[in-house]
Design a binder for this molecule. Structure first.
Ligand code: SAM
Length: 207
């Protein structure tokens, strides 16, 4: 899926996202926010979408959100206004493949249901690593490719329709585990039916 397909797909998803895709992925956002709230500090949410996670962050967390889709961001801005969320520092339109932030800027980076959507996910992981402070953590929630069973067959069947669906159904977990300085600390299965995976990676201090 290229960036034009992402743009077109999420312009279509934006009006219905919260009650469809957004509803199925609720557990991942809650778990991610819960983990981040236990640590506090500055957080970059990559692919913030309609901002469904934003009300779940505690007041000790300062959030910066980015997304490529103006339509999704418009929904997120409305949510901030309606809920009067004062800990959301800023939302910016940006491509996650070239983040407009200095190296070592954030205590944490959250990436929820976005890594199987972006073009060039390895490049996005490298950008995430760059903007994360040494010792900081990347918190990920995503569906990853199943290796067996009915789900694996469905994923294989739907994989060619990524442009229409708006995500890659057969996205391998190894894709997000390749950054040398990002060490896997935690991996858990999440609802529905263990289809989602929660990951925490820590940025090593060494160069
Ligand atoms: C499935 S939605 C997830 C939204 C939100 N994180 C959630 O959990 O509800 C994926 C989001 O990733 C965004 N996205 C895709 N490619 C992107 C890119 N290259 N840079 C920034 N955002 C991107 C889409 O616009 C969309 O809002």
């Amino acid at each position: 899926m290229d960036i034009k397909a992402v743009e077109a797909s999420y312009a279509r998803w934006a009006p219905v996202y919260d009650k469809t895709f957004g509803a199925v992925t609720r557990a991942g956002r809650r778990r991610t926010a819960e983990y981040i709230n236990n640590h506090g500090g500055s957080v970059l949410e990559v692919g913030v979408g309609t901002g469904l996670a934003l009300p779940h962050y505690a007041s000790n967390v300062q959030v910066t959100g980015i997304d490529f889709s103006e339509e999704m961001l418009a929904k997120a801005r409305l949510r901030i206004e309606e809920r009067e969320l004062t800990n959301i520092k800023e939302l910016r339109q940006m491509d996650a493949r070239s983040l407009d932030f200095a190296d070592n800027s954030f205590d944490m980076v959250a990436a929820m249901h976005v890594l199987s959507v972006v073009p060039e996910p390895k490049r996005v992981m490298s950008e995430i690593e760059r903007v994360l402070k040494p010792g900081g953590r990347v918190v990920i929630s995503n569906h990853f490719k199943s290796t067996q069973g009915v789900l694996a067959s469905i994923e294989k069947f739907t994989a060619p329709f990524a442009d229409v669906l708006g995500w890659h159904s057969d996205f391998a977990i190894e894709t997000v585990l390749q950054e040398e300085r990002l060490k896997l600390e935690l991996q858990q299965s999440l609802p529905p039916f263990g289809m989602m995976t929660f990951l925490v990676l820590r940025k090593l201090h060494t160069n």
